[in-house]
Design a protein around this ligand. Structure first.
Ligand code: ATP
Length: 325
């Protein structure tokens, strides 16, 4: 749906390209996360997608159309854009901020009002309480939700999200991430999401693209990147605890031993997880219950068990370490 082909951006007077010969594709309905340290060119890439910047060379296709041949205003109205500072207009109420793009597109007022109400509900905001407030009267979390609602107002198929949850505290941030992932299950937008937070990247990404100094250094699913980092830079970016991060992405059923000869005692003890839940949760349940294995259930039925030694073996395998932990 979005494709970059050999895109380079050199700002006037800059000693080196901010974006250096970058090519990648974002598939429809996926969240593609651009990850990398500050200044590696992530924001510039997003801004080139909606023509707030122009590439020095190369091209960007959206639905196979070269964006440089489209009308920039029409292009921007067809793409939702969320930035860290939310970009809300301070002199407009929440409702009028959300109504901005539908208004520019000439929607009838009643349709706009209904859409504003619908979006506030979707974002878990009480319309009666918040619609007539101004941005400075909102909490950080509310402001970020309104920023996302505004970007979604005209139901664009593509959303560009630049550190959209960066300005809130870690607890609200996790809540906003969870809410957004739940919402994405319903709306299935094509999303390019920028962050420099590895944990956020792993959590949000269907597909991860890593940059260093304007260059693309690795792309793949979070599990692929964690299990096979391309070089020392990626290794340092993802951190020493990549084994633990993988446990958060691995479903309990993939490591369990089948339940053939096991009694159902574990079921009674509450020392269980569901088959689709992450191995990391299984580890937490084990520690809480002071056990060295958990039951892995499908619904009410015990499908297998997962032991501490199964998990250790897995961590050693993905970390490529010979030694026992
Ligand atoms: N308008 C501009 N003029 C000149 N240089 C710019 C401009 N915009 C960005 N740059 C430079 O391009 C490089 C990449 O910046 P960019 O904002 O894309 O990085 P980033 O990875 O998004 O960083 P951050 O995570 O800090 O937002 C930086 O060196 C920055 O100084």
């Amino acid at each position: 749906m979005i494709e970059l082909i050999n895109v380079t951006k050199i700002f006037p007077g800059a000693p080196s390209p901010s974006v250096d010969n970058v090519s990648f594709r974002v598939n429809q309905g996926n969240i593609c996360v651009l990850l990398g340290p500050s200044g590696c060119g992530k924001t510039t890439i997003l801004r080139m997608m909606n023509r707030l910047e122009e590439p020095s060379s190369g091209k960007i296709l959206i639905n196979s159309e070269n964006t440089l041949k489209s009308d920039p205003s029409a292009l921007r109205r067809s793409i939702g854009y969320v930035i860290q500072q939310t970009g809300l207009l301070p002199h407009r109420t929440v409702a009028r901020n959300i109504a901005l793009v539908p208004g520019l597109l000439g929607w009838p007022q009643e349709k706009i009002n209904n859409r504003v109400d619908e979006l506030l509900k979707l974002m878990g905001l009480d319309s009666g309480d918040i619609a007539d407030k101004y941005p400075h009267q909102l909490s950080g979390g509310q402001m970020q939700r309104v920023g996302v609602a505004r970007a979604m107002a005209a139901d664009p198929p593509i959303m560009l999200m630049d550190e959209p949850f960066g300005a809130v505290d870690p607890i609200i941030r996790i809540r906003l991430q969870d809410e957004f992932l739940k919402l994405q299950q319903q709306v299935r937008k094509t999303i390019c999401f920028v962050t420099h937070d590895i944990n956020e990247a792993i959590k949000m990404a269907d597909y991860l693209i890593i940059f260093n100094q304007g260059r693309l250094v690795q792309m793949g699913s979070p599990v692929e990147v964690l299990t096979s980092p391309a070089d020392d830079f990626v290794l340092s970016l993802i951190g020493d605890d990549r084994g633990v991060k993988i446990l958060d992405l691995t479903r309990a059923e993939t490591l369990m031993e089948p339940a053939d000869n096991i009694s159902d005692d574990l079921l009674g003890s509450g020392c269980t997880v569901q088959s689709y839940q992450p191995v990391k949760l299984a580890l937490e349940v084990m520690m809480k219950k002071n056990q060295d294995r958990v039951g892995v259930c499908r619904g009410n039925h015990l499908a297998g068990t997962l032991s501490w030694s199964d998990i250790k073996r897995h961590i050693n395998k993905v970390s490529g370490e010979e030694s026992e932990l």
